[in-house]
Structure formats: C-alpha cells, structure tokens
Design a protein around this ligand. Structure first.
Ligand code: FAD
Ligand code: ZN
Length: 479
C-alpha cells in the first residue's frame, strides 16, 4: 500500500470540515451518526464503516476544491456512488478518520448527441435514469444489472460493472468513450472526448475505469448509445445440465450471431427462492428442472423474432438440450421472466447467510467447475445450499452458497474466508478469475496479492503512487 499521511489532529479536522462546508454548504456535510449511517453500511450489512463526515458536492468544481483541501490536509477520502458495490469498496475501511465523498448530487445529464450516439453524464446519474433518458431519444444504453435502480454511473465505471448485456455489448469499459476525473490533488482532467478513434498516447480513461476509487474521482463520462432494438424475443428454458445450456448457447450463436443479447443461467433452488420471497412471482414452467436459461434475442429491424426463437428451441429439444421452454408473448411477460433472474441476488438475503464468489472460468468448463465447487463446499459445510447463477455466455458465475436451513447465520458466515479460499483455489486451477465483475474492494485485497503476477502487482503499485502519492484515495482498498 502507498504510504499514508498521518491523519490530521482533531482541531485541524474541524478547520478542514469548516472549509469544506464553505465550499459545498453546511447542509451537505453530514456529521451526525444517524445522518451518516446510510453511507456507512452496505445493503447486506457485511461492511459497516466509520467516518469523520459525509461530504456531498454538487459539481466538478466543488469536488476539485474539496480534493485540493483534503490533499493539503492529508485527509483520506472514500468516493461513493449508489453504495451497491459488493466488495466493500465504497465503505471506509479505517478507524473513522476518513471522509466519504458522495457523488450523488452530480446527477445531471449534460448532453445527448443522437448523431454521434453519445450521452455525457455526471457520475451521480442513477443507471436507470440513464436508461430512461436514452429511451426518450429512441436509443439504448445497454449496461444492465440488478442494482440499476440505485447504482450510479460513476460507481459502474469505477468498478467496471458487467451485468446481463456483456455478451452483446461488453462491460462498462467497452461502453465508455471519455471521462472527466478529479485527481488526488484536486486537479481536473478533462478527458470528455466523444471519439471512437484516438490513438494519442496512453489511454488514461481505461486506467481510471475499474480502479475502484483508488486513482481518481470520476465526475463525468461520455458513454455510448445504441439504436433501440425494434424487436426482442425472450425465452425461459428448462435444461438438464449446464453442458446442455452451453450446447444451446453454441447453437443459438451459430444461428443468430450477434442477435443473441442475453444468456443467463440459474439453478432450481434460485427459482424456489424467488417464488418464496417475491410477491406475485410464478413458476414459468410446469415441471421442475435442475437448471434454467433466460435467453433473449434482439434485432434492429422491425420483425418478429418469436419464430426464430421457436425454431432454435425446437432444434434444442430435438438435440436433447432443451427439456421445456416458454417464450414471452408480451413485454409484460418478458419482464416477468427477467424478474426471475434479476431478483436472484436479493432473495438470497431472505434465506439467511450467503457466502459469495464472483468468479469466471473458461466458458466450456463451466459445468465441470460448478460440480467441483458444489462438491467442495458440501464437504466443508454439510447441508449448505450452493446457488450458482449468472452470465453463462461470459463464463461468469456467481457461485453463492446459502447457509443450511435453520443453521446459525453468524456461525455460517464465520466460515466465509475458509470457503472463499478453497473456492478461489479451485478457480485458479481452472485458469479462471477470482473477481469477474465486482472488483477487489476490501474483500479481496489480500487475495489480489496472492494471485497476481508479481510484476503486474508491482506495476499497479507504481501507478497508485504516481497518481496518489499520499495514499489518500480509498485507502485499504484494492492494493
Ligand atoms: P458504489 O458501491 O458506491 O462504489 C463502488 C466502488 O466504486 C467503490 O470502490 C467506490 O469507492 C467507487 N466509486 C463510486 N463512485 C465513484 C466515482 N464517481 N469515482 C471514483 N470511484 C467511485 N455488478 C456487476 O458488475 N454486475 C452485476 O450483474 C451486478 N449485479 C448486482 C446486483 C445487485 C442487487 C447489487 C446490489 C449489486 C450488483 N453489482 C453488479 C455490483 C455492482 O458493482 C454495483 O451495483 C455497481 O456497479 C456499483 O455502483 P454504485 O454506484 O453503487 O457504486
Ligand atoms: Zn453479475
């Protein structure tokens, strides 16, 4: 980790906070515990932090001034967007000497360019609000994830979020053309370029994307828009195994290529969790199946894709890859099918403790991995309930493990590290990644050191000390 400057003494802190109040207004510097609480606890209660204050600037200039003051005073800063991150990156990890910098008030859409198909957004724009703004001009911003009603684009970019549309459109990195970033010392880098081609030296934007608030504060971005699909078709498919799902994926790609825009997989137990905890949900298929696939086709031209989808599913049935399937007959039906998938993260909360893994393995070996990992955790915690689901087309599985029914939640969660270590070791033997899309944060910090190539790790530290020489940006995270 970079050297930490000694924290300021209490009276210096009061001076610093007074100076910050003069910039953002006293009402945007929260100091009372009950006001700070929502910013210091993540939604699963796994990370609970302490802070000197929560600071809520409203524009880039204010962020810049606050950062310049913090730099001078040696004040550590934790950037935060929608507080939906899953690795504790947005929650202070220190003993209470940090300031949380909330970007929520930077929530303007600065520009929409329908000729160049770009949108310039501030960091605090909620992802769903961006979807809606794109919709108004008959465009689409494809980044989609379960937290889209609360996560913010700055957080999405800082964590290089993935989600359900990576298969066709790539992750947050692939959807970004330019960035505006406030550096650790308060300087503003205006990289808000809307160019598809720009080979003028190092690509700094790609350095900040995925840096989880450790290299700079993202204040705005130029993101790519896409034509709104004119037709979509959605199916919910029961399959006997992950291998059968993979065969179906392969056949579908061969048949429609880029028109396959989602291919998500879920186990039966995940469906049961949704049926149990989401009001109004119903089982899409009559019989129970060990695995399910949610697949979506999209087209830019006005056509019915239902027939194409039915043909693909018919072929899958003949080849023994599909056991049963339903195709949505309306937008509402498609949404109900999507809800089965998107509620999966949340419903696990209602089943007690859940030990999480966000991992990637080569697509072709997903079935083998899921079996091996399930056996592994069953041996470690008898009665535990693996809930492996996710983005099959990307080789990304959320290998989550729910506690045995009726077991003590805390005792189960106490095994988090032990179970994580074993599963991550297994992932490495598959040539996989221990963080496919959620990042490193505080959760996987020690793991990073263990698995990274030493030269790569060294280069990361070099970059960190060049951009944040005082080690004030999100200390205790990533490195
Ligand atoms: P926060 O949680 O506030 O912050 C995340 C990280 O970014 C922290 O390290 C923080 O310090 C940093 N940060 C935030 N804003 C800035 C900024 N402006 N500048 C610099 N650093 C900043 N992720 C996926 O990739 N795919 C999924 O499918 C997915 N599904 C999810 C489903 C649910 C129900 C939930 C709760 C989360 C899911 N996530 C998923 C996690 C995902 O990373 C976050 O939801 C989202 O991308 C983070 O955005 P946020 O605004 O909440 O960021
Ligand atoms: Zn995911």
């Amino acid at each position: 980790m970079s050297p930490r400057t000694k924290p300021a003494a209490a009276h210096d802190t009061d001076d610093l906070l007074a100076a910050i109040e003069a910039i953002v207004g006293a009402e945007n510097v929260l100091r009372e515990p009950e006001d700070m609480q929502p910013y210091l606890v993540e939604w699963r209660d796994r990370y609970v932090g302490q802070a000197r204050a929560i600071v809520r600037p409203s524009n880039t200039g204010e962020v810049s001034s606050v950062m310049a003051l913090a730099h001078e005073a040696g004040q550590p800063i934790v950037p935060q967007g929608g507080n939906t991150g899953l690795v504790g990156g947005q929650i202070p990890a220190g003993g209470g000497d940090e300031i949380v910098l909330s970007l929520a008030r930077l929530n303007r859409i600065r520009d929409i360019d329908t000729l160049g198909d770009t949108m310039t957004v501030e960091a605090g724009c909620v992802l769903e609000a961006i979807h809606e703004a794109a919709e108004v001009v008959e465009r689409m911003f494809p980044l989609s994830l379960g937290a889209q009603g609360s996560c913010m684009i700055g957080g999405n970019l800082a964590s290089n979020a993935g989600g359900t549309a990576v298969l066709a459109y790539g992750n947050a990195r692939d959807l970004t053309l330019g960035l505006e970033v406030v550096l650790a010392d308060g300087r503003v880098w205006n990289g808000l370029r809307a160019l598809k081609k720009d080979n003028t030296g190092y690509d700094l934007k790609d350095l900040f994307i995925g840096s989880e608030g450790t290299l700079g504060i993202i204040t705005a971005a130029v993101i790519k828009l896409f034509p709104k699909p004119r037709a979509t078709a959605t199916a919910f498919v029961g399959v006997a195994s992950v291998e059968a799902a993979l065969n179906l994926l392969n056949d579908t790609r061969a048949a429609v290529g880029g028109a396959l825009t989602a291919f998500e997989f879920m186990p039966r137990i995940g469906i049961e969790f949704v049926l149990r905890h989401v009001q109004g949900s119903r089982d899409p298929l009559e019989a129970e199946h060990p695995w399910y696939v949610l697949m979506e086709l999209s087209s830019g031209i006005e056509e019915s894709l239902d027939e194409t989808l039915e043909t693909i599913l018919g072929g899958g049935y003949e080849r023994g890859n599909v056991v049963d399937a339903t195709v949505a007959k309306s937008h509402a039906e498609a949404q109900a099918l999507w809800r089965m998938r998107l509620m999966l993260s949340e419903v696990q909360k209602h089943e007690g403790g859940s030990i999480k893994h966000d991992v990637a393995v080569p697509v072709a070996r997903m079935g083998e991995f899921v079996r091996a990992a399930s056996e592994l955790v069953a041996g470690m915690v008898p009665g535990c309930r693996p809930v492996p689901f996710g983005h099959l087309g990307d080789g990304n599985v959320h290998f989550n493990v729910s506690q045995p029914p009726g077991a003590d939640r805390e005792a189960f969660l106490a095994q988090w590290e032990r179970v994580n270590d074993a599963v991550h070791d297994l992932v490495m033997t598959f040539g996989g990644s221990v963080s496919a899309e959620h990042g490193i944060g505080q959760m996987k910090r020690s793991l990073l050191r263990r698995i990274k190539d030493p030269v790569e790790y060294d280069l990361m530290k070099t970059l960190k000390s060049a951009l944040d020489p005082k080690g004030l940006l999100n200390p205790g995270k990533v490195l």
